[in-house]
Design a protein around this ligand. Structure first.
Ligand code: MN
Length: 224
């Protein structure tokens, strides 16, 4: 029998102001959580319950990295998002109990192969290859402090493409945690990408994309 492959290294993220590393378990993502973005993607923000998709933990890329342009797409999009990191888990969490699960927050970028997503939607196929590809989850340094409302912005080579307030979210972070915990048992180390505001658009080879959220460090990625 051939030798077994080596155990994959754990996925961790830097903690702001510390040498500690946050261990990542799973990555959950919310679709359409800002009304204007829902409309730009053809949805109806007034009627839709939150829905979820996932990325593998090893899709995580730390802020500051340069990554290759992903294969099999001609339309790589940025999606600026608040990322919530859980320090505790559970199932069927009540909205009032959800804040106690939160360990910290970071800025994030839910990279999307938009052309593959459009094909998947029209063919009623899964989103995995459009959302859960290699190096598709850009995450800034995690901050363990509570987070107030603030601005969320995205720039591509310094040009502002997305600009909103966290309070523009249709579903609040505690509501997202409560909903998600009805579908899966949440555990410490889980990350939740909480959806993106309007203004998603392309990032091309050679461009840098930065997501900034008031009170949090940036999540920057450069496409080689
Ligand atoms: Mn997204």
């Amino acid at each position: 029998m051939a030798a077994l492959p080596p155990v994959p290294p754990p996925v961790t993220l830097p903690v702001a102001g510390s040498s500690d590393r946050f261990p990542v378990r799973r990555i959950f993502c919310v679709g359409r959580n800002y009304a204007e973005h829902s409309r730009e993607m053809g949805g109806d923000p007034t009627r839709e319950a939150p829905f979820f998709f996932t990325k593998p933990a090893d899709a995580v890329v730390e802020s500051g990295a340069t990554i290759p342009f992903p294969p099999m797409t001609a339309d790589l999009h940025h999606e600026a998002e608040l990322v919530v990191a859980l320090g505790a888990g559970g199932r069927d969490i009540a909205v009032a109990d959800a804040p106690a699960l939160i360990w910290g927050h970071a800025a994030g970028n839910d990279l999307t192969r938009r052309d593959l997503q459009a094909e998947a939607k029209s063919a009623r196929r899964p989103w995995d290859m459009s959302k859960a590809f290699d190096r598709s989850a850009i995450v800034g340094p995690l901050r363990p402090d509570p987070l107030a409302d603030g601005a969320i912005t995205c720039t591509v080579d310094g040009r502002v493409t997305q600009s909103a307030r966290l309070s523009d979210m249709i579903w609040s972070v505690p509501e997202i945690i409560a909903h998600l915990s009805r579908y899966v048992e949440l555990k410490p180390g889980d990350l939740i990408f909480t959806g993106t505001p309007a203004g998603v658009g392309p990032i091309r080879s050679g461009e840098s994309c930065t997501v900034s959220i008031d009170g949090l460090g940036d999540a920057t990625v450069t496409i080689a």
